[in-house]
Design a protein around this ligand. Structure first.
Ligand SMILES: NC(=O)c1ccc[n+]([C@@H]2O[C@H](COP(=O)([O-])OP(=O)(O)OC[C@H]3O[C@@H](n4cnc5c(N)ncnc54)[C@H](O)[C@@H]3O)[C@@H](O)[C@H]2O)c1
Ligand SMILES: [Zn+2]
Length: 384
């Protein structure tokens, strides 16, 4: 089990990664009164391992519904009720045991109970280990939009026991793997090289899974430490997310998992960069191959490009027909570009909407709209 430190002003906390990491739970919980928040599926599969690591506190978890619908105001209210009934005060501890849905929701309940109580993030999906549980963003959905109600509330620690991933559906593994690829791309060339010939994540060795989570956490921890509230560098973590979020919204959050949307978003960002003349043909093809190597994603056929574009503009507050984007500018290089013409984005989205399957034709002649070259922001990500 390895330790990665997230160094924040005034507060440093560890991420423990590797098979067997759950064994460190009890010392982390200390003497605090504990409430475990999880769902029935995760408890059925891994309750005994949690019990072995945490002791009797694991016996009476608060269970929330499975899936995204649990990130609701109604479920949050139930959690607050449970915290009250169990007499939790600010010196108590919430242990969030599940995927990103559970860590977002339980972390937000902890953030809002008595103006903030401690919590431990114990992610059980690849996506949550590599992304959702790291960085301190917590929250729930509003009926009108995802993650609209939230806070920054860093956990006491993140405990990512990668042996739990053995029960995850291949589709959920792939979903997390797109985020791992993203992290490798913006900050870890070695990880990127390993992923580029590792095949699909359902075939990754236990060792590679642990290394992938570790690599992603290192990149994320380092970026979050330099910019906790997303004023600057933390925006790099949004690579693939501008179009990704828009695709999720335009498909009603049903067709694609978050990670799959990010996979498509990475392809979109690659083609946009290509269309702007900021990325060479060979690098573009290499990036698309890297994404496709993770495996298939549901097709985008039939999505409404207009709806996707409406979501992009809403999300990015388009000004004078231009939007900020994180774009790959080489293999393992990204830039923040502040003024990408919407018409370039639109052309790429239209192209993706007619792509038959996820097996994108790497390096296909991409959209050639616009033609004006956006200027570079002075804040350049550079090679890392
Ligand atoms: N806070 C952040 O920075 C951040 C970042 C990315 C994503 N997110 C959020 O994360 C959520 C998605 O998280 P997710 O992909 O983990 O989805 P999820 O939490 O819905 O989990 C996916 C499915 O896997 C099941 N599951 C969990 N662990 C399992 C295991 N070990 N074996 C078998 N099945 C298991 C879950 O019960 C669920 O059915 C979204 O709500 C998204 O907004 C947050
Ligand atoms: Zn994401």
């Amino acid at each position: 089990v390895q330790r990665i430190l997230v160094r924040l002003p005034g507060r440093t906390y560890p991420i423990l990664v590797g098979p067997g990491a759950l064994g460190s739970l009890l010392p982390l919980a200390g003497r605090a009164r504990v409430v475990v928040v999880s769902n029935a599926r995760v408890m059925r599969l891994h309750g005994p391992v949690l019990r072995a690591g945490l002791g009797p506190a694991a016996d009476d978890p608060v269970l929330v519904p499975d899936g995204e619908r649990a990130k609701s105001r109604a479920t949050l209210a139930l959690l607050h009720d449970a915290l009250l009934e169990r007499g939790m005060a600010r010196d108590g501890l919430v242990v969030a045991f599940g995927g990103g849905v559970v860590t977002d929701l339980a972390g937000f309940a902890a953030a809002t109970w008595m103006r903030g109580m401690d919590w431990l993030a114990v992610p059980t999906t690849l996506l949550a280990m590599a992304d959702a549980a790291v960085g301190g963003k917590v929250g729930i959905n509003h009926p009108r939009g995802k993650n609209l109600i939230g806070a920054f509330h860093q956990p006491r620690a993140v405990v990512a026991d990668t042996s739990l991933l053995s029960t995850l559906e291949p589709r959920q593994l792939r979903s997390g793997a797109y985020e791992v690829v993203k992290c490798g791309f913006i900050g870890d060339q070695r990880l990127l090289a390993r992923l580029s010939n590792a095949g699909r994540p359902e075939g990754w060795s236990e060792r590679l899974r642990a290394d992938a989570v570790r690599g992603a956490c290192r990149v994320k921890a380092e970026i979050v430490a330099s910019d906790e509230r997303e004023g600057g560098r933390r925006r790099l973590l949004n690579l693939g997310h501008t179009v990704g979020h828009a695709l999720e919204a335009a498909t009603g959050f049903h067709r694609l998992t978050h990670g799959e949307a990010v996979g498509w978003g990475l392809i979109a960002a690659t083609r946009i960069s290509r269309a702007l003349g900021r990325l060479g043909l060979e690098d573009a093809a290499r990036i698309e191959r890297l994404v496709e190597a993770i495996g298939p994603r549901p097709s985008l056929r039939g999505i409404g490009p207009a709806e996707v574009m409406a979501a992009v503009s809403r999300d990015k507050k388009a000004r004078a027909g231009r939007v900020p984007f994180i774009l790959p500018t080489g293999y393992g290089r990204v830039d923040i570009v502040d003024d990408v013409p919407l018409e370039v984005v639109d052309a790429v989205v239209r192209e993706l909407a007619v792509t038959p399957r996820s097996a994108g034709s790497a390096g296909s002649p991409s959209a050639r709209a616009g033609g004006s070259r956006p200027r570079r922001t002075p804040r350049t990500a550079g090679r890392r």
